[in-house]
Design a protein around this ligand. Structure first.
Ligand code: ACO
Length: 361
């Protein structure tokens, strides 16, 4: 019971995580196929479809999210300097709270826009640079990269970020999505659900892992040092970040979707040596985990190549969870709406194991 393993807590039409066979299906589409062929807006449309009566086609959704990027940036511009005093994920959590709560499509547009505009603005301010405003008619991925660097985004970089955002758009009842559904079940609104979900995502056992993955790669430095470094970390009782998963007993299919995106990006950039290091570290980690934790099935999870991909795109390690939130936001919104429309208040029970009441003398 601890950790709610095996408990089915919701029925969903959104995504199916097949942990034994290493498959993730999002509304009937295998994640690898979706990551190769769809952009962030198409993935959002796929997930939101049926949950808002006024949702029309992908192009209209794209334009509305673009308008919402401009609106959110303008509305939050006076707060950006104060937000940037916080670590990026805390700044994003505080920034999301400025969006008015609601259950409608406009609230969804604003939530989809917020991480995409706030994350680059916060990163730039923390680097001592002025934030760059959004462009309403660009796509989410291209605009996010342009707001980060100030330069026009190459097709390869845009495709790589789109592939990332699509790969992580939904994933069954993970901790942050379950959190979103619990909060939404009280009928409080999508913003409250998303802020709570982001708080759950931040933890190092969930969406906070890719920053430590990058620290690990940097500490290892070169392929030949991997085995000794990883062995010492395990001997100290540490967990190897980017490995292991509650549901997947085989390789997380998202790891390969991201590796493919990285390979495509690597051909266009000089990030190839980091990819080679990551592949060597991955192999060494899998060998050691099989040897030291026999019978545990600890395989590569999504966070391992997330770290390498987001680093190659120029995002700093302390912002990785914000980009994850940008990708997962459509899933949080769709699950929250599904919960509101088809579910009941989530209210499980606990078993009392404390002291019995004392009889009055
Ligand atoms: N490195 C070393 N040992 C590990 C790892 C790891 N990455 N993961 C699990 N184990 C070990 C535990 O130490 C434990 O061993 P023990 O029983 O000998 O003490 C055993 O495997 C089971 O661990 P649990 O925590 O019960 O397994 P759970 O299913 O809860 O773990 C989790 C899933 C939290 C992801 C875990 O594998 C982990 O901590 N991984 C590292 C952090 C990480 O990569 N998180 C991102 C996950 S993907 C995502 O959330 C988007």
């Amino acid at each position: 019971m601890q950790g709610l393993d095996e408990v089915i807590a919701a029925e969903t039409v959104l995504s199916d995580v097949d942990g034994l066979n290493g498959r993730l299906t999002i509304r009937g589409r295998p994640v690898e196929q979706l990551a190769r062929s769809a952009g962030a807006e198409e993935a959002a449309h796929l997930l939101l479809d049926g949950f808002f009566p006024d949702l029309s086609d992908v192009e209209t959704l794209s334009r509305s999210i673009g308008d919402a990027r401009v609106e959110v940036f303008d509305r939050l511009a006076p707060q950006l300097a104060a937000l940037a005093a916080l670590p990026p994920v805390d700044a994003l959590r505080a920034g999301l709270s400025f969006v008015a709560d609601g259950d409608d499509l406009i609230t969804a547009h604003r939530l989809l826009a917020a991480p995409v505009v706030l994350t680059p603005a916060i990163i730039r301010l923390r680097r001592g640079l002025a934030p760059i405003g959004p462009t309403a008619d660009a796509g989410q991925a291209a605009d996010m990269l342009r707001m980060l660097t100030g330069e026009e985004t190459s097709d390869e970089a845009r495709r790589a970020l789109d592939a990332y955002l699509v790969t992580v758009c939904d994933h069954g009842l993970n901790a942050s999505t379950f959190t979103a559904r619990i909060v939404a079940s009280t009928r409080v609104g999508l913003v409250s659900a998303a802020v709570a979900a982001l708080s759950a995502l931040k933890g190092p056992l969930h969406g906070g892992a890719p920053g430590p993955v990058l620290d690990m790669l940097e500490a290892i430095g070169e392929p030949d040092a991997a085995e000794a470094w990883l062995g010492e970390a395990l001997a100290r009782g540490e967990r190897l970040m980017g490995f292991g998963h509650r549901i997947y007993k085989v390789r997380d299919p998202r790891a390969d979707a991201l590796k493919a995106a990285l390979r495509a990006l690597g051909r266009a950039r000089s990030g190839a040596s980091r990819l080679a290091l990551a592949e060597a570290v991955e192999q060494a980690a899998l060998d050691i985990l099989r040897r030291e934790k026999p019978g545990r099935s600890l395989e590569t999870n999504v966070e391992f190549y997330t770290a390498v991909l987001l680093d190659a795109l120029g995002f700093p390690a302390d912002s990785f969870t914000c980009i994850f939130a940008a990708g997962r936001m459509p899933g949080w919104i769709a699950h929250s709406r599904e919960q509101e429309l088809t579910g009941r208040l989530i209210r499980p029970q606990s078993r009392y194991v404390g002291p019995a009441p004392k009889q009055a003398a």
